[in-house]
Design a protein around this ligand. Structure first.
Ligand code: HEM
Length: 240
Protein backbone atom coordinates (compact mmCIF):
# COMPACT_ATOMS: atom_id res chain seq x y z
CA UNK A 1 0.00 0.00 0.00
CA UNK A 2 1.30 3.42 -0.88
CA UNK A 3 1.78 5.99 1.85
CA UNK A 4 -0.03 9.35 1.88
CA UNK A 5 3.33 10.94 1.28
CA UNK A 6 3.79 8.93 -1.98
CA UNK A 7 0.29 9.88 -3.19
CA UNK A 8 0.90 13.51 -2.36
CA UNK A 9 4.26 13.38 -4.14
CA UNK A 10 2.64 11.81 -7.24
CA UNK A 11 -0.14 14.41 -7.30
CA UNK A 12 2.43 17.14 -7.04
CA UNK A 13 4.49 15.58 -9.84
CA UNK A 14 1.54 15.32 -12.23
CA UNK A 15 0.66 18.98 -11.57
CA UNK A 16 4.25 19.96 -12.30
CA UNK A 17 4.32 17.92 -15.52
CA UNK A 18 1.15 19.69 -16.70
CA UNK A 19 2.70 23.03 -15.94
CA UNK A 20 5.81 21.95 -17.84
CA UNK A 21 3.72 20.89 -20.83
CA UNK A 22 2.11 24.29 -20.88
CA UNK A 23 5.45 25.97 -20.80
CA UNK A 24 6.81 24.30 -23.92
CA UNK A 25 5.94 27.30 -26.04
CA UNK A 26 3.13 28.67 -28.18
CA UNK A 27 2.52 25.44 -30.16
CA UNK A 28 1.49 23.56 -27.00
CA UNK A 29 -0.82 26.39 -25.94
CA UNK A 30 -2.65 26.40 -29.30
CA UNK A 31 -2.97 22.62 -29.09
CA UNK A 32 -4.83 22.88 -25.75
CA UNK A 33 -7.36 25.54 -26.78
CA UNK A 34 -9.66 23.54 -29.11
CA UNK A 35 -9.76 20.63 -26.61
CA UNK A 36 -10.97 22.98 -23.87
CA UNK A 37 -13.71 24.44 -26.07
CA UNK A 38 -14.80 20.98 -27.12
CA UNK A 39 -15.20 19.99 -23.46
CA UNK A 40 -17.24 23.13 -22.80
CA UNK A 41 -19.45 22.39 -25.81
CA UNK A 42 -20.01 18.79 -24.70
CA UNK A 43 -21.11 19.82 -21.21
CA UNK A 44 -23.57 22.38 -22.60
CA UNK A 45 -25.00 19.72 -24.92
CA UNK A 46 -25.25 17.36 -21.95
CA UNK A 47 -27.24 19.91 -19.89
CA UNK A 48 -29.57 20.56 -22.81
CA UNK A 49 -30.10 16.80 -23.12
CA UNK A 50 -30.77 16.49 -19.36
CA UNK A 51 -33.28 19.31 -19.62
CA UNK A 52 -35.12 17.70 -22.54
CA UNK A 53 -35.19 14.26 -20.90
CA UNK A 54 -36.44 15.60 -17.53
CA UNK A 55 -39.06 17.79 -19.27
CA UNK A 56 -40.38 14.80 -21.22
CA UNK A 57 -40.55 12.68 -18.03
CA UNK A 58 -42.31 15.50 -16.17
CA UNK A 59 -44.95 16.02 -18.87
CA UNK A 60 -45.61 12.29 -19.27
CA UNK A 61 -46.11 11.89 -15.48
CA UNK A 62 -48.24 15.05 -15.35
CA UNK A 63 -50.49 13.95 -18.24
CA UNK A 64 -50.97 10.50 -16.69
CA UNK A 65 -51.83 12.23 -13.39
CA UNK A 66 -54.34 14.52 -15.11
CA UNK A 67 -56.12 12.09 -17.40
CA UNK A 68 -55.60 8.57 -16.12
CA UNK A 69 -55.74 8.69 -12.33
CA UNK A 70 -59.03 8.63 -10.43
CA UNK A 71 -60.28 11.13 -7.85
CA UNK A 72 -59.32 8.91 -4.89
CA UNK A 73 -55.71 8.72 -6.10
CA UNK A 74 -55.55 12.47 -6.67
CA UNK A 75 -56.90 13.18 -3.21
CA UNK A 76 -54.43 10.82 -1.58
CA UNK A 77 -51.65 12.50 -3.55
CA UNK A 78 -52.76 15.94 -2.37
CA UNK A 79 -52.96 14.64 1.21
CA UNK A 80 -49.44 13.24 0.91
CA UNK A 81 -48.23 16.55 -0.51
CA UNK A 82 -49.82 18.59 2.27
CA UNK A 83 -48.53 16.24 4.94
CA UNK A 84 -44.99 16.24 3.58
CA UNK A 85 -44.50 19.86 2.55
CA UNK A 86 -47.30 21.92 4.06
CA UNK A 87 -47.99 20.40 7.47
CA UNK A 88 -44.44 21.06 8.71
CA UNK A 89 -44.97 24.79 8.36
CA UNK A 90 -48.09 24.90 10.49
CA UNK A 91 -49.06 23.74 13.93
CA UNK A 92 -52.73 24.67 13.88
CA UNK A 93 -55.33 21.95 14.34
CA UNK A 94 -56.96 22.87 11.04
CA UNK A 95 -53.99 21.92 8.94
CA UNK A 96 -52.71 19.21 11.26
CA UNK A 97 -55.75 17.09 10.57
CA UNK A 98 -55.55 17.58 6.81
CA UNK A 99 -58.11 16.22 4.37
CA UNK A 100 -59.86 12.93 5.22
CA UNK A 101 -59.92 10.06 2.70
CA UNK A 102 -62.02 10.68 -0.43
CA UNK A 103 -64.81 8.42 0.92
CA UNK A 104 -65.28 10.89 3.81
CA UNK A 105 -65.31 13.99 1.60
CA UNK A 106 -68.03 15.41 -0.63
CA UNK A 107 -67.26 15.10 -4.32
CA UNK A 108 -65.46 18.44 -4.61
CA UNK A 109 -65.91 18.58 -8.39
CA UNK A 110 -69.73 18.37 -8.33
CA UNK A 111 -70.73 19.56 -4.85
CA UNK A 112 -70.19 23.22 -5.81
CA UNK A 113 -73.65 23.26 -7.43
CA UNK A 114 -75.15 23.05 -3.92
CA UNK A 115 -73.11 25.99 -2.64
CA UNK A 116 -74.28 29.39 -3.85
CA UNK A 117 -72.27 31.03 -1.05
CA UNK A 118 -68.58 30.24 -1.03
CA UNK A 119 -65.28 31.98 -1.46
CA UNK A 120 -63.55 29.44 -3.70
CA UNK A 121 -63.06 25.78 -4.56
CA UNK A 122 -64.62 23.02 -6.60
CA UNK A 123 -62.65 23.49 -9.80
CA UNK A 124 -61.35 19.91 -9.64
CA UNK A 125 -61.84 16.72 -7.67
CA UNK A 126 -59.17 17.81 -5.18
CA UNK A 127 -60.13 21.46 -4.86
CA UNK A 128 -61.87 21.74 -1.47
CA UNK A 129 -64.17 24.68 -0.72
CA UNK A 130 -63.31 27.79 1.25
CA UNK A 131 -65.96 29.90 3.01
CA UNK A 132 -65.98 33.22 4.78
CA UNK A 133 -67.90 33.28 8.08
CA UNK A 134 -70.65 35.20 6.25
CA UNK A 135 -70.87 32.50 3.55
CA UNK A 136 -71.12 29.79 6.17
CA UNK A 137 -73.94 31.56 8.01
CA UNK A 138 -76.29 30.72 5.11
CA UNK A 139 -76.00 26.98 5.69
CA UNK A 140 -78.02 26.77 8.92
CA UNK A 141 -81.26 25.32 7.51
CA UNK A 142 -83.36 28.27 8.68
CA UNK A 143 -86.11 29.79 6.47
CA UNK A 144 -85.10 30.03 2.85
CA UNK A 145 -81.77 28.35 3.71
CA UNK A 146 -83.78 25.13 4.07
CA UNK A 147 -82.88 24.12 0.52
CA UNK A 148 -79.16 24.43 1.19
CA UNK A 149 -77.02 21.75 2.83
CA UNK A 150 -76.52 21.96 6.60
CA UNK A 151 -72.89 22.88 7.27
CA UNK A 152 -70.99 23.25 10.50
CA UNK A 153 -67.36 24.06 11.19
CA UNK A 154 -64.87 23.25 13.88
CA UNK A 155 -61.36 24.73 14.03
CA UNK A 156 -61.88 26.05 10.52
CA UNK A 157 -62.87 22.67 9.07
CA UNK A 158 -66.26 22.54 7.35
CA UNK A 159 -68.51 19.46 7.28
CA UNK A 160 -71.82 18.66 5.61
CA UNK A 161 -74.07 17.34 8.40
CA UNK A 162 -77.32 17.32 6.40
CA UNK A 163 -77.76 13.65 7.30
CA UNK A 164 -77.98 14.65 10.97
CA UNK A 165 -80.72 17.24 10.53
CA UNK A 166 -82.54 15.98 13.63
CA UNK A 167 -79.55 17.20 15.67
CA UNK A 168 -78.40 20.14 13.59
CA UNK A 169 -81.53 21.35 11.78
CA UNK A 170 -83.82 24.08 13.17
CA UNK A 171 -85.26 22.97 16.52
CA UNK A 172 -82.63 20.22 16.90
CA UNK A 173 -80.64 19.99 20.15
CA UNK A 174 -77.42 21.03 18.39
CA UNK A 175 -78.76 23.48 15.78
CA UNK A 176 -76.50 26.06 17.41
CA UNK A 177 -73.55 24.55 15.51
CA UNK A 178 -75.05 24.89 12.03
CA UNK A 179 -73.86 27.72 9.83
CA UNK A 180 -70.92 28.70 12.02
CA UNK A 181 -67.51 27.75 13.35
CA UNK A 182 -68.51 26.76 16.89
CA UNK A 183 -65.09 25.59 18.07
CA UNK A 184 -65.34 27.03 21.59
CA UNK A 185 -68.82 25.67 22.21
CA UNK A 186 -67.66 22.15 21.35
CA UNK A 187 -65.60 22.42 24.54
CA UNK A 188 -67.58 24.76 26.76
CA UNK A 189 -71.06 23.38 25.99
CA UNK A 190 -72.28 26.97 25.77
CA UNK A 191 -75.09 26.69 23.18
CA UNK A 192 -77.34 29.61 24.02
CA UNK A 193 -77.94 31.73 20.92
CA UNK A 194 -78.93 34.69 23.10
CA UNK A 195 -75.82 34.70 25.25
CA UNK A 196 -72.97 36.88 24.04
CA UNK A 197 -70.34 34.62 25.65
CA UNK A 198 -71.62 31.66 23.61
CA UNK A 199 -71.70 33.40 20.27
CA UNK A 200 -68.71 35.79 20.25
CA UNK A 201 -65.24 34.82 19.06
CA UNK A 202 -66.27 31.23 18.56
CA UNK A 203 -63.36 30.35 16.30
CA UNK A 204 -60.73 31.65 18.75
CA UNK A 205 -58.98 28.86 20.66
CA UNK A 206 -55.38 29.97 21.16
CA UNK A 207 -55.98 30.21 24.92
CA UNK A 208 -57.10 26.58 25.18
CA UNK A 209 -55.21 24.15 27.40
CA UNK A 210 -53.80 20.89 26.01
CA UNK A 211 -56.81 19.06 27.43
CA UNK A 212 -59.29 21.35 25.68
CA UNK A 213 -57.33 21.13 22.43
CA UNK A 214 -57.51 17.36 22.71
CA UNK A 215 -61.27 17.61 23.02
CA UNK A 216 -61.41 19.61 19.77
CA UNK A 217 -59.18 17.05 18.07
CA UNK A 218 -61.55 14.30 19.22
CA UNK A 219 -64.51 16.14 17.70
CA UNK A 220 -62.57 16.64 14.45
CA UNK A 221 -61.87 12.90 14.40
CA UNK A 222 -65.57 12.26 15.02
CA UNK A 223 -66.60 14.32 11.96
CA UNK A 224 -63.67 13.16 9.79
CA UNK A 225 -64.53 9.53 10.38
CA UNK A 226 -68.32 9.74 10.50
CA UNK A 227 -70.02 7.55 7.92
CA UNK A 228 -72.66 10.10 6.96
CA UNK A 229 -71.04 13.48 7.52
CA UNK A 230 -68.66 14.66 4.82
CA UNK A 231 -65.68 16.98 4.80
CA UNK A 232 -66.35 20.02 2.59
CA UNK A 233 -63.42 22.41 3.10
CA UNK A 234 -62.24 25.27 5.28
CA UNK A 235 -63.58 28.47 6.70
CA UNK A 236 -61.39 31.54 6.88
CA UNK A 237 -60.59 31.78 10.57
CA UNK A 238 -59.85 35.35 11.54
CA UNK A 239 -58.57 34.78 15.10
CA UNK A 240 -57.02 31.52 16.18
C1 HEM B 1 -69.61 20.20 25.71
C2 HEM B 1 -70.81 19.65 25.79
C3 HEM B 1 -71.46 18.89 24.68
C4 HEM B 1 -71.25 18.97 23.34
C5 HEM B 1 -70.27 19.88 22.58
C6 HEM B 1 -72.13 18.02 22.70
C7 HEM B 1 -72.21 17.85 21.35
C8 HEM B 1 -73.00 16.89 20.76
C9 HEM B 1 -73.13 16.72 19.33
C10 HEM B 1 -72.42 17.58 18.30
C11 HEM B 1 -73.96 15.71 19.12
C12 HEM B 1 -74.43 15.20 17.78
C13 HEM B 1 -73.61 14.00 17.39
C14 HEM B 1 -73.94 13.52 16.01
O1 HEM B 1 -73.94 14.31 15.07
O2 HEM B 1 -74.15 12.31 15.88
C15 HEM B 1 -74.38 15.22 20.40
C16 HEM B 1 -75.24 14.17 20.58
C17 HEM B 1 -75.77 13.82 21.79
N1 HEM B 1 -75.49 14.41 22.99
FE1 HEM B 1 -74.19 15.90 23.33
N2 HEM B 1 -72.85 17.39 23.66
C18 HEM B 1 -72.49 17.89 24.87
C19 HEM B 1 -72.98 17.54 26.08
C20 HEM B 1 -73.97 16.59 26.28
C21 HEM B 1 -74.52 16.27 27.56
C22 HEM B 1 -74.14 16.91 28.88
C23 HEM B 1 -75.44 15.29 27.31
C24 HEM B 1 -76.31 14.57 28.26
C25 HEM B 1 -76.92 15.10 29.28
C26 HEM B 1 -75.44 15.01 25.92
C27 HEM B 1 -76.23 14.10 25.30
C28 HEM B 1 -76.21 13.78 23.97
C29 HEM B 1 -77.00 12.74 23.34
C30 HEM B 1 -77.95 11.79 24.07
C31 HEM B 1 -76.70 12.75 21.99
C32 HEM B 1 -77.26 11.85 20.93
C33 HEM B 1 -76.27 10.73 20.73
C34 HEM B 1 -76.73 9.73 19.77
O3 HEM B 1 -77.91 9.49 19.67
O4 HEM B 1 -75.84 9.18 19.08
N3 HEM B 1 -74.55 15.83 25.32
N4 HEM B 1 -73.76 15.95 21.37
Amino acid sequence: MRSNKDQHQQAHESTTSLENNNNHGSTTTTEFKPTHEAVKKTSVTRYVLYFIVYSVIFWVVYCVYLYKTDAAFKQSFVRWYLKTFHHKKSETITEASLIPPASHCVDFATYGAKLPFKKSGGKSSTDYFVFTEEDLAHYNGVGENKKLPLLLAIAGRVYDVSEGKDYYGPGGGYSFFSGRDGTRSFVTGCFDEKKEECTSEQSKYSDFTEEKLQSIKDWIKFYDEHEKYKFVGFVEVKNK
